[in-house]
Design a protein around this ligand. Structure first.
Ligand SMILES: C[S@@+](CC[C@H](N)C(=O)[O-])C[C@H]1O[C@@H](n2cnc3c(N)ncnc32)[C@H](O)[C@@H]1O
Length: 250
């Protein structure tokens, strides 16, 4: 596993039970955005699956954490799979799925790293139930692309896992001039958290290049989210600007 992935696994295991509180405002805002933009992601998410009986709609929530994306979209999908490095976050996700009354077949998360090489003996690519990685209609990565060492490789993996016409969605941070000076505020002993971050957000041009590089540039769009995302770390409050991007497989 890469150093960045290992830092992420350890950090998110440590904060799994407090993350939803510290990032509560951001998580609630993200859920609102995902719900509101369902039709922008794909018209297939506009209706609940029961009203279009027989149509399969599989969603992959990659780097799912405690399930922000899934909480918003699972009611409109036939099946939602979460994948994450951190077993602590996966436990929170699966607790949320059962609290929402969803069966394991409807919404469930597993520990898995799509960036681990097949030969990586230290990888967290636990064996998944058969067909877990069968082609998806929608793949979403929410507030996690900035934690990944090779976003271009990850988007290429997403493309391989999408059906023809499938949609990839990224929610992340816009690298603005007024981005918070986290290093200036946190104590040296708290700066370990910065080792989980590969890049401080993505501009529209960077996202366009990533989508086009992964052959998912069709229908590309990048929307800056008006409401600032707020979160707390070590008692300090921060605000960042978020975006959502989408693109389709030809
Ligand atoms: C800031 S949290 C976001 C969680 C969730 N998507 C949300 O929006 O609430 C980042 C998550 O990414 C996961 N993560 C980081 N790098 C990853 C990787 N390479 N593969 C899978 N998960 C990863 C972490 O374990 C953590 O749960």
């Amino acid at each position: 596993m890469s150093d960045l992935a290992e830092h992420n696994r350890q950090h998110f295991d440590k904060v799994a039970t407090t993350h939803q509180n510290d990032f509560g405002e951001l998580i609630e805002a993200a859920i609102r955005e995902f719900k509101a933009r369902r039709g922008w992601i794909t018209p297939a998410l506009s209706n609940s699956p029961s009203s279009e009986a027989g149509k399969e709609l599989r969603v992959l929530d990659y780097a799912c954490g405690a399930g922000t994306v899934s909480k918003a979209l699972a009611p409109y999908a036939t099946q939602t799979i979460g994948l994450d490095l951190s077993l602590g976050m996966i436990a929170e996700y699966n607790k949320a799925a059962s609290e929402m009354g969803f069966s394991n077949e409807k919404m469930h998360a597993y520990q898995y790293n799509l960036l681990a090489a097949d030969t990586d003996s230290d990888s967290v690519t636990s064996s998944l139930p058969e067909n877990t990685l069968a082609p998806f209609d929608v793949i979403v990565i929410g507030m996690a692309l900035h934690h990944v060492s090779e976003p271009n490789v990850l988007l290429a993996r997403f493309k391989e896992l999408l059906k023809p016409g499938g949609v990839c969605v990224v929610m992340d941070m816009v690298p603005t001039d007024d981005a918070p000076d986290i290093e200036g505020v946190l104590e040296p002993s708290q700066l370990e958290v910065m080792r989980t971050i590969g890049k401080r957000g993505f501009t529209e041009q960077e996202m366009r290049e990533l989508y086009e590089g992964a052959e998912m540039g069709k229908g590309f769009d990048y929307v800056v989210i008006e409401e600032k995302f707020r979160f707390t770390m070590f008692g300090h409050q921060f605000r960042v600007t978020g975006f959502m991007a989408r693109g389709e497989v030809e």
